[in-house]
Every structure is written in C-alpha cells, then in structure tokens.
Design a protein around this ligand. Structure first.
Ligand code: DX5
Ligand code: ZN
Length: 222
C-alpha cells in the first residue's frame, strides 16, 4: 500500500483519552475500530502543565500492534529525548517550534533516522514561525487547543492559519500533511478538512464515544 498523501483523510485517536488501566486493550480497540494512526501525547510537565508518559509506553504500544505511531512531543528539549522516541518505534515524531532546540537540526535528525518529521505550533504562534521549515517537514500540526489536556473546546480561530498553511503548501508545490489536534469531533472535523487539514487527532470523541468505530468513521468522513 502506498503511504497516504495530504489528500487522504486520516484519523488518529489520542491515547491520552484511553483507559490507562488497560492500555493494550485500548490500543487493540482503536485498531479494530478503524484508527489509521495512533497519536501519542508526550508531556514533560515543563513545556505544558501536565505529565503523561514517555518512551517506555511508546515502545509498549509499538509491541502491541503495527499501527503507525504518531508521537507528539510536548517537551522542552525534544532534541535531547528524540533518539529514545525513535528507538521506541515512533513512525512520525512531531516537535514544537516553541520548544528550546535548533528546529532545523531536530527535523533533520528525524528524517535521517528514516522517520517522518512533524512540526507543531500552538494556537497563539503565528504561521511565520514555522515558514522557514516547511520544506523540511512531512506534517504540520496546527494545535486547535492550548496543549496540555484532552477534552478542551476547539478554537475556530485556528482555521484561518490552516487555510494560510494550505495556500503556502500549494504555492510552493509542497506535500506535507496538515494535522489538527484538540477538540476534534464529527462536528469540528469538517471545518478542518475544508480549511485544508487532513489528519484529525481525536481523543475524547473517539475513546470515550459510545461506539468508537462509528465515531472514527464519522470523523473520517468529514
Ligand atoms: C492536547 C493533546 C491532544 C489531546 C486531544 O494537549 O495534544 O492530543 O489528547 O484531546 P481531545 O481530542 O480530547 O481534545
Ligand atoms: Zn497531541
């Protein structure tokens, strides 16, 4: 199967909303419900005001299933911890432009390791901050909430930034995915697709839905 392009709709349930008392079952449930990617939110209690999990859990998830692992590093020093998340089996590693590192170098290291490189920006960060790196990425993550916690409300003001990013992508014949993360559900996903995003991260609206398969399919449909 060819790898997905930015024209394909991809749904990535966020493990943060899973029942941590049975992580293996939850990963299998997501896979059986039609998840395309598994989104893994790594938080260090410093870059964001929450602590989640580290490379050991990423590795555990990698051993459970061969689903594509989309690791989102909300940590202050992604350059320092990068290799551990690569070794743990991440297929895509996304780092924040606001973190304390040489962004170009970190992105280069991710690709040199044969993984996809993602760059994230917070709702308050202007697109101009990521523009210098757009030729070096496979995915741009536009946060649609202030990162740190699941279950927050979608911020529609980010849509404009997604539209602008998609425009720059097409003007420069680039092909990176645009991912959205935070408050994505069957009602907000269509607005994001319309603006030009194609990867929907969804935590609460998938793992906590009465029917996870139906929720994933509704989000994918847009
Ligand atoms: C937020 C995380 C998200 C979060 C999304 O800091 O990056 O991935 O898990 O959760 P929901 O879908 O519940 O907003
Ligand atoms: Zn995330």
């Amino acid at each position: 199967m060819n790898p997905p392009t930015f024209k394909d709709h991809i749904v990535a349930p966020s493990l943060l909303a899973a029942d941590f008392s049975k992580i293996a079952d939850e990963v299998v449930r997501a896979v059986h419900s039609g998840a395309d990617w598994m989104h893994l939110d790594v938080m260090d209690g410093h870059f964001v005001d929450n602590i989640s999990f580290g490379p050991a859990i990423v590795k555990t998830v990698d051993q459970i299933d061969d689903i594509f692992l989309d690791t989102h590093l909300m940590i202050s020093r992604p350059d320092h911890y990068l290799q551990r998340f690569i070794d743990a089996g991440s297929d895509l590693v996304t780092v924040h432009v606001e973190a304390d590192h040489d962004v170009a170098e970190t992105l280069g290291r991710i690709r040199a390791a044969g993984r996809l490189a993602g760059l994230a920006l917070n709702p308050a960060t202007p697109l101009s901050e990521v523009e210098p790196f757009l030729t070096q990425i496979d995915l741009l993550l536009c946060m649609t909430v202030v990162p740190g916690f699941g279950g927050q409300a979608f911020m529609p003001e980010v849509l404009e930034k997604i539209t602008a990013a998609a425009r720059i992508r097409s003007a420069n014949s680039l092909a990176f995915h645009i991912e959205v993360d935070g408050g994505i559900d069957p009602s907000t996903a269509p607005q994001c697709y319309h603006a030009g995003a194609n990867v929907m991260v969804a935590g609460s609206s998938t793992f906590r839905a009465p029917d996870m398969a139906a929720a994933i399919s509704a989000i994918r449909q847009g």
